[in-house]
Design a binder for this molecule. Sequence first.
Ligand code: IFM
Length: 400
Amino acid sequence: MPDETRFLWGAATAPHQIEGNNINSDWWTREGQVPGLERSGDACDSYHRYEEDMRLLADAGLNAYRFGVEWARIEPVPGEFSRAELAHYRRMIDTALGLGLAPVITLHHFTNPRWFAEEGGWLGDRAVDRFTAYVERVTEILGDVPYVATMNEPNMLAMMMTMEQQMLRRQQQQSDVWQSPTVDNDFRPQLPAPDTSIGEALVKAHHAVRDIVRTHTDAAVGWTVANRAFAARPGAQEKLAELQYVWEDLYLEASRGDDFVGVQSYSSQWVGKDGIEPHPQLPDNTQVGTAYRPDALGMAVRHTWDVTGGIPIVVTENGIATDDDTRRIAYTQEALRHLFAAVDDGIDVRGYTHWTALDNFEWGHWGPTFGLIAVDRETFERRPKPSLAWLGDVARRGRP
Ligand code: IFM
């Protein structure tokens, strides 16, 4: 069980975005097929360089690292589990623990094994059984892990699946452009609202594996939900409630009964009577077209607390896509101020893991840089940015 007296200060990553050569995954296939997508390739080669990455975080003063285990590596063929890959991820957990970083482990972060996708993915008849079998094997390596997230952003996953279904229905895959799941602005099509029947399938899978993690480990278990910090224009309260349900609350309500919930917040979004207002192209927009809104984190945490009925919160992602590290520090400082205002109001927040440790593969795009550490994509040399040392200092002080 997590040490409740130790606030987690860390950074977060996802396997496909940093490891490289995740060749048995559906995203690897997608990158090769969909026009407009860049390839992940070697990514940051963190599969081999994870120790260096973790050491940079620990040396800076952080005490936690959120990272994922990759299903497509662990079970490259249905029912065949790689003991070598499980051992690899156990080594990562041991390395984190040895460096004083509490490992926060994500079991599923957007990518599926290719065979799972071909079987029908999350809507396939065998989805829950397949996920359950995988998680059961992974629990063997989760000793001493304080937090386990079953799935990353099921709401964004449902949105991506909805988008894919729409593309298939239109039979225009060649001319449609796959969007980054977090890019939502007025020069690209709006992101479709996630289909609730997909969301319900993901809830079923989450509840099934939550019990497995509880049976076989001492970890606190939950999932992480992307929060869009919706705000209503005058007269748009009803629309707001409707959108909040399909985008977030379905998933937050499903968190009731979990040990914690992960809050993931980047920006805020206005809702008018007709729906989400496209965000205009303003000079202070982030690199992914979203509004510069550090206050969104406070809104996200408060909304999550209300909807889940007050289960402990870990901020599992918060950050900004910018090439200006001074701006990253300013954004994060302000976001943390809003977070700790919520803490002072009695909201139980157990930790903060910044998105992200390394500049990485942003789901089809290498342009947006969210990292505390820059990576030379030719040599894989890591170059910590001032924001890493800054966040480490905040962690040492324990307050922003
Ligand atoms: O990179 C993503 C991450 O995989 C999920 N949450 C949002 C991040 C930034 O867009």
